[in-house]
Design a protein around this ligand. Structure first.
Ligand code: 6PG
Length: 243
């Protein structure tokens, strides 16, 4: 377990630019070592800004996009064509602009592809096992004002699921109510975990997560990358952090 680092940017747009540049460098370095990096994407508004920024800078990088594998930390259990899907958002802002191999994009099965969120979670887990996606090079996670990460919400039963890679989530306080999320066990196998946080409504969650304590109250407390854990946040979200 690594001690979390904190990187504070002036605003959401400089934050998005820095995360994009870190992501491209990290992928280039992994490919330079002969590896095929697996990247975990997140949903949410700052993620969308970051995806656009990565797309804008992608052609200037030396990343070989045919050797990058894409996953999601969580997904909303809605039909495949729904704009509410995290995958839909990431495809339109980023993935559709890149020469990725379609076989290397692993979406969480949608509500018109499988019958239940449970089935979706188990199919997604099976794909991760079959591809041997043990450890993401980078897993990006947005953080909610209640301290949730992926679709692991405070006090939710999914927080205690330890024997699965992905879990079905119902009654999510953030709509839509049905979701699929990686478990803490799967999240914490990532080499780098990057929390992406922007905005004044996140100050309490960020301060509480950094303070430590029970992950049932603030799920972000339960997350650590094996090589690094970095809070990439803006001034508005950092206003209660002693610096
Ligand atoms: O499906 C989702 O919505 C998520 O993956 C969720 O965990 C999100 O990342 C956070 O709620 C932060 O979202 P914002 O950046 O929009 O606040």
């Amino acid at each position: 377990m690594t001690a979390p680092e904190m990187v504070v940017h002036e605003d959401a747009s400089t934050l998005a630019g820095d995360v994009a540049s870190r992501l491209l460098s990290r992928i280039e370095e992994a490919q330079g070592r002969g590896e095929v990096p697996h990247i975990g994407l997140t949903g949410g508004s700052i993620a969308d800004a970051i995806h656009r920024e990565v797309a804008r800078r992608a052609t200037d990088s030396s990343v070989d996009w045919s050797r990058v594998v894409i996953w999601w930390g969580d997904e909303r259990f809605v039909p495949a064509s729904s704009p509410d899907r995290n995958a839909h958002q990431a495809r339109s802002a980023l993935l559709d602009q890149l020469p990725l191999s379609p076989d290397n994009i692993h979406e969480v099965p949608a509500a018109d592809e499988v019958a239940t969120a449970e089935e979706s979670a188990s199919a997604y887990s099976a794909t991760m096992r079959s591809v041997g996606a043990g450890s993401f090079e980078v897993l990006m996670l947005g953080v909610g004002p209640d301290g949730h990460v992926a679709s692991l919400f405070p006090g939710h039963v999914a927080l205690d699921v330890t024997d699965q890679i992905a879990v079905a989530v119902h009654d999510s306080p953030k709509p839509p109510p049905d979701r699929v999320s990686l478990t803490f066990e799967a999240i914490n196998r990532a080499k780098a975990v990057w929390f992406l946080v922007s905005g004044g409504d996140k100050t309490d969650a960020v301060a509480a997560a950094i303070d430590g304590g029970d992950r049932h109250e603030i799920p972000a407390r339960g997350v650590r990358g094996t090589s690094e854990t970095v809070w990439l946040i803006d001034e508005a979200a950092a206003s209660r952090i002693p610096r």
